[in-house]
Design a protein around this ligand. Sequence first.
Ligand code: DX5
Ligand code: ZN
Length: 216
Amino acid sequence: MIKIAPSLLSSDFANLSLDVRQMDELGADYLHIDVMDGHFVPNITIGPLVVKAIRPYSKLPFDVHLMIEQPERYVEDFVQAGANLVTVHVEASPHLQRTLGMIRSLGARASVALNPHTPISMIEHVLDQLDMILIMTVNPGFGGQSFIHSMVQKIADTRNMLAARGFGEIDIEVDGGINRETAEQVRKAGATVLVAGNAIFTADDRKEEISLLRGN
Ligand code: DX5
Ligand code: ZN
């Protein structure tokens, strides 16, 4: 029921293929790939060429989190590189409805991310175009930040909104500061997909960590 999406941001970039392959072997559900452009967020990470290069090393669905301005310009490149699920930020997408439609028309699943301060009302009229909602539980840009506790209520509010509108099947993903304690809180609030970077990649036993985050 609960899916775990290890964030490659915390992996060893000099040996990316090893970590990518290991996440398959350890039973992760998705591979979360953080794309940053130095404009929407302060950091710069990876582009479609790297996604394409690591694609042969994993059978997991690639969950590509675009923290970039004008994401519609790059959606097709990322899908062609191997993205199965594409998340765009509502704050970066003035024509969100069109962009989500584009993602699905390319054959990928569509998702939208909300920064911590962004109200969930921003997405209430595009629910029919969503496969997943990503609630940021840190301000995006870096791994290893502390979980923002007021986001637990936001996750619960999102779950209630989805139930009230008949969209209970939409996944709620959470990203940022997820560890064993915060994982339990967000699972109880209604999250179904948990991103974890530091918690998994710094664990002594990564397989055990994935299982504990899942709640097993
Ligand atoms: C932050 C990224 C996250 C990040 C999470 O902007 O979107 O995916 O890698 O890292 P942790 O789990 O270490 O907070
Ligand atoms: Zn992310």
